[in-house]
Design a protein around this ligand. Structure first.
Ligand SMILES: Nc1ncnc2c1ncn2[C@@H]1O[C@H](COP(=O)(O)OP(=O)(O)OP(=O)(O)O)[C@@H](O)[C@H]1O
Ligand SMILES: [Mg+2]
Length: 234
C-alpha cells in the first residue's frame, strides 16, 4: 500500500536518510525504530511532503506521490501526526477536528460521521469538545493530533513518536487506541523511540541507524538480534 524505495533526504550537509526502502502493506502496523537522530522523522516527513527528498520514490497504492506538497499528499490519503503534537491552540476540540477535515477529502455528511468516529475512539475528546486546545494536557493534545489526522479519512496513517513526553498511563490509552485502529484494518507506519512499545504492537519492524535501515523483520525476529537490540538500548 505504502512503498518507499531508495529514498534519500538531506538537511544541509547531513544526509539524514540514505537509500531507505520500506513497505507498509494494507491493514498492517509497521514500526520504524531507532535512536536519536537516526533519520526517522526525516523519512516520515519526506513521505508526507514536508521535506523534499533528494532522490528515491514514494508510492501509495501504486501511485507515485514523490515530492508532492503536503496538502496534495493528504488528499491522496496519507495523514501525518507530526512530532510534537500539532494542534491549533486557540481553537476548540471540535473546531480543530473540523478544520482538519476540510484539508482532506470528506464531504459535509462524512465530516459528521468522522467526528463521531473520533469521539468514539477518544471519549476524552468528546467530553472536552468545546474546550480550547491550548488548555488541554499534553496527552489530550496528542489525542487531538491523532483525531485531526483521522478526520482526513486516511488510507495510511503516519505517527511520529506519539508517546513522546507523555505519562505512562496516557501512553497506554494512546497505544490501546492505535491497536484498536489496527484491528479495524487501518494501515499504520509508527515511528517510535520506545522500541519495546513499538515491538509490542507491530506486525513488522524496521530499524534505522545513521540514516539507513539496518535491520527488519517481525518483532520477534528483531528482538532476537542482539546486535540490533544493543544498538537500540546501549
Ligand atoms: N532541520 C534540520 N536542519 C539540519 N539538520 C537536521 C534538521 N532536522 C534533522 N536534522 C538532522 O538530520 C538527522 C536525522 O534527524 P531526524 O530528526 O530525522 O532523526 P530522528 O530519528 O527522528 O530522531 P529523534 O528520535 O531525535 O526524533 C540528525 O542528524 C539531525 O540532527
Ligand atoms: Mg524524530
Amino acid at each position: 500500500m505504502l512503498r518507499v524505495s531508495r529514498l534519500c533526504a538531506a538537511h544541509g550537509a547531513v544526509q539524514a536518510a540514505r537509500d531507505v526502502d520500506l513497505e507498509v502493506a494494507a491493514g498492517t502496523l509497521v514500526a520504524l525504530i531507532g535512536s536519536n537522530g537516526a533519520g526517522k522523522t526525516t523519512t516520515l516527513n519526506s513521505i508526507a511532503g514536508l521535506h523534499k527528498p533528494a532522490s528515491g520514490t514514494v508510492t501509495v497504492a501504486g501511485r507515485d506521490i514523490t515530492g508532492w506538497a503536503c496538502h496534495r499528499v493528504v488528499r491522496s490519503g496519507v495523514a501525518l501526526v507530526a512530532e510534537g503534537r500539532r494542534v491549533a491552540p486557540p481553537l476548540t476540540v471540535v473546531e480543530n477536528l473540523e478544520l482538519s477535515a476540510y484539508s482532506g477529502r470528506s464531504s459535509k455528511a462524512e465530516l459528521r460521521e468522522q467526528l463521531e468516529r473520533v469521539f468514539d475512539l477518544f471519549p476524552r475528546l468528546a467530553e472536552r469538545r468545546d474546550q480550547y486546545a491550548a488548555s488541554m494536557s499534553g496527552g489530550e493534545q496528542q489525542m487531538l493530533a491523532v483525531g485531526r489526522a483521522l478526520m482526513t479519512k486516511p488510507d495510511v496513517l503516519l505517527l511520529d513518536e506519539p508517546s513522546m513526553g507523555l505519562a505512562p498511563s496516557i501512553v497506554d490509552v494512546l497505544f490501546q487506541t492505535i491497536t484498536t485502529l489496527h484491528e479495524a484494518g487501518a494501515t499504520i507506519l509508527l515511528v517510535e523511540q520506545n522500541a519495546e512499545l513499538a515491538l509490542a504492537v507491530s506486525d513488522h519492524v524496521y530499524v534505522m541507524q545513521r540514516g539507513q535501515i539496518v535491520s527488519e523483520g517481525t518483532p520477534d525476529l528483531v528482538r532476537g538480534r542482539s546486535e540490533v537490540m544493543s544498538a537500540l538500548f546501549g
